[in-house]
Design a protein around this ligand. Structure first.
Ligand code: PRP
Length: 186
């Protein structure tokens, strides 16, 4: 039984992701030059993207990790954002690049932007791999975007359904039989 058997359709294969991440890394390298930015990433879904993106940036960078909960136990967006893990170092005076895997309703980033702005960084920019504008509730200024995707529930390359499928090397859509009934939101 392979994880791949649960996938109905591959939306973005590993090559497409790698090529786009390389482009984003080159763009960030050109834009940030020697400004020594700190990449602030949000666990857990952004991990593969962060790992690949930082290696595509040919310049000194630091990283920090936060964990927030934006969803309830299922896949419904609750609108509630709780900080489960905070930054480990001060970002005062630093150029911050928020690295996210997906922006869906935008509620997580909306909260995070205000939270980080209060810590007096020199600047805050957002890079996200996937932008799903169909369900947006908060307007988010996305500076760097990997792909715009349709309103479908996607897994892989960090994204999960019930904590599974994060390790798929591509981004795909699950077969309805996997979640049973209506497709999950999110
Ligand atoms: C995902 C994603 C963002 C958030 C985006 O995380 O990593 O943080 O949802 O959704 P929004 O735009 O509707 O707020 P999730 O809460 O699923 O946690 P995970 O990364 O640990 O899977």
């Amino acid at each position: 039984m392979s994880l791949h058997d649960d996938v109905e359709e591959v939306l973005l294969d590993a090559d497409a992701i790698a090529n786009r991440v390389a482009e984003l890394g080159a763009q960030l390298t050109a834009d940030f030059g020697d400004r020594d930015p700190v990449l602030v990433s949000v666990l857990k879904g952004a991990l593969p993207f962060l790992a690949d993106l930082m290696r595509a940036m040919e310049m000194p960078v630091s990283i920090d990790l936060m964990e927030v909960s934006s969803y309830g136990a299922g896949t419904e967006t609750s609108g509630q954002v709780r900080i489960l893990k905070d930054l480990s170092r001060s970002i005062e005076g630093r150029h911050v690049i928020i690295v996210e895997d997906i922006i869906d309703t935008g509620l997580t980033l909306n909260y995070l932007l205000k939270y980080l702005a209060d810590k007096a960084p020199a600047s805050v920019r957002i890079v996200c791999l996937l932008d799903k504008p169909a369900r947006r509730l908060a307007d988010i200024p996305i500076d760097y975007r990997g792909f715009e995707i349709p309103d479908r529930f996607v897994v892989g390359y960090g994204l999960d359904f019930d904590e599974r499928y994060r390790n798929l090397p591509y981004i795909g859509v699950l077969k309805p039989s996997v979640y049973g009934g209506a497709p999950p939101e999110g």
